[in-house]
Design a protein around this ligand. Structure first.
Ligand SMILES: [Fe+2]
Length: 299
């Protein structure tokens, strides 16, 4: 059973990572719809605002209530997030609240014994977040269905829409477990490891497909990452300890590739149809994966 302190800390850390991810998924959906699907754009925008509101509340409660390792991992925001948001907002014409990011930049770590009031506030946030995530999953499923039946054109790949559905489900499952005060079992951790390796593989595939055809070297590198992740998942499917070592090594390399990606895109040195915020988003997910791998290093 999770004690009060872990309950508060794990809830806040989960939201700081995933509520932003959901907010950005909603943004990517909004930006990808065509003009004729304005109603879809509006719904996606509402989700973006709702998750921004959630993230804002969570940030207010997080000062000195989250761990140093989580804060330092740059999974909540990176050094490039603010610049990526500014540029993406300019390019798309869709507003992004950068004050929220500035507020997150000022967070301080520390874990203290939570007050009754804080526990209640966190419980309220968790119970509000669950139906919101569920609604977003329903919406993403509807979009995927429209695309797969050729009733909608969007600039987001079908695999990307499916990918963001899987991430929302992971958020929902982890939050439900925290809300029931369950501690993750080793088996569950191992499943998470498989999940994130698969996510990393798909990121490599998305990057490969969104680069300009003239970026031959980068396309080749992205393709190599995709193949390496695929091979790793096959080789170590039933060997958790070996998978963990391989995951850390591979993802630290991939993290550097992602970092070079966001830097090159912000500097206008890479030709692609990748929005800067998407490049920053995948880097944060790699940072998150490395942090949880290190956290479970002991077993
Ligand atoms: Fe992702």
């Amino acid at each position: 059973m999770l004690n009060n302190q872990n309950y508060v800390q794990l809830s806040l850390e989960l939201h700081l990572f995933f509520a932003r991810i959901m907010k950005e998924h909603s943004f990517f959906l909004e930006a990808g719809f065509q003009g004729k699907d304005q109603n879809y754009k509006d719904i996606a925008h509402d989700f973006q605002m709702n998750f921004a509101g959630l993230l804002n509340q969570v940030t207010d409660l997080s000062n000195r209530n989250v761990s140093k390792s989580a804060l330092d991992s740059q999974e909540f925001i990176t050094n490039q997030t603010l610049a990526a948001e500014k540029k993406t907002s300019e390019l798309s014409g869709i507003p992004i609240d950068q004050n929220l990011t500035r507020k997150e930049m000022n967070l301080t770590s520390g874990v203290t014994q939570p007050s009754e009031q804080l526990i209640n506030q966190v419980r309220n946030i968790n119970r509000r977040a669950l139906p919101l995530i569920e609604n977003l999953i329903t919406f993403k499923n509807e979009v995927l269905n429209q695309v797969l039946t050729c009733r909608m054109y969007t600039t987001n790949y079908p695999l990307l829409i499916n990918h963001i559905i899987q991430e929302a489900k992971m958020y929902y499952d982890l939050l439900s477990k925290i809300e029931r005060r369950e501690i993750l079992s080793l088996q569950e951790f191992y499943e998470q490891e498989l999940f994130w390796n698969n996510i990393m593989m798909e990121h490599a595939e998305f990057i490969r497909g969104l680069l300009d055809p003239s970026e031959k070297k980068l396309i080749l590198t992205a393709d190599q990452f995709a193949m390496e992740y695929e091979k790793m998942l096959q080789t170590f499917r039933n060997r958790p300890l070996d998978l963990k070592q391989a995951s850390i090594q591979e993802t630290m390399k991939f993290q550097q590739f992602n970092l070079a990606g966001i830097t090159g895109i912000l500097d206008c040195k890479i030709r692609s149809i990748i929005l800067p915020l998407l490049a920053d988003h995948v880097l944060r997910e790699a940072n998150h994966f490395i942090r949880i791998l290190n956290q479970y290093r002991s077993y």
